[in-house]
Design a protein around this ligand. Sequence first.
Ligand code: BEZ
Length: 211
Amino acid sequence: MAIRLGDEAPDFTAETTEGSVNFHEWLGESWGVLFSHPKDFTPVCTTELGLVASLKGEFEKRNAKVIGLSVDTLDNHEGWASDIKETQGHAPNFPIISDADRKVSDLYDMIHPNANDTLTVRSVFVIGPDKKVKLTLTYPASTGRNFNEILRVIDSLQLTANHKVATPGNWEQGGDVIIVPAVSDEDAKGLFPNGWDEQKPYLRVVAQPGK
Ligand code: BEZ
């Protein structure tokens, strides 16, 4: 069954390039990003894994752990790592699940038979410290993902978890935000004492809290 926003992220134990991982234990109090790759030794996946390795510090700044998955063997994952380092300048520095039996892929509905009946699509799940799914993305095998967008969404999720705001289209860290409609003007005066720009009664724009 498809995983929906707000669902608890299904737990599992799997073999990875960094040993056996129990997913919930491994996540601990962190945010998590679980993402799948169609297959080892494929070109787009090679670029994505090098890219995510280069962004590890950005995920760490956000208290987020990343874990990849491919329906391939550990031997293949390990052999592929040197190609990734050679071509992308960064070897994977995060665990990659060996899901040759598709246990985790099936649990997370990552195989879409009308796209391909053996390989996973490019799925992304962002999971909060409460183990709830906060974001799902599904990309086709032919399109590499934009991992800056995943970081941007984590920034938005972390901001909106702590303040009664939502982030507008194309928002980035430091940009103006929107007071959520559930907050009355009366309550907003206490929460945003420097005021806001009321463009419509339902569209109240305010500086990002804490900036
Ligand atoms: C790739 O990662 O390059 C890829 C994988 C499966 C199908 C097409 C491309």
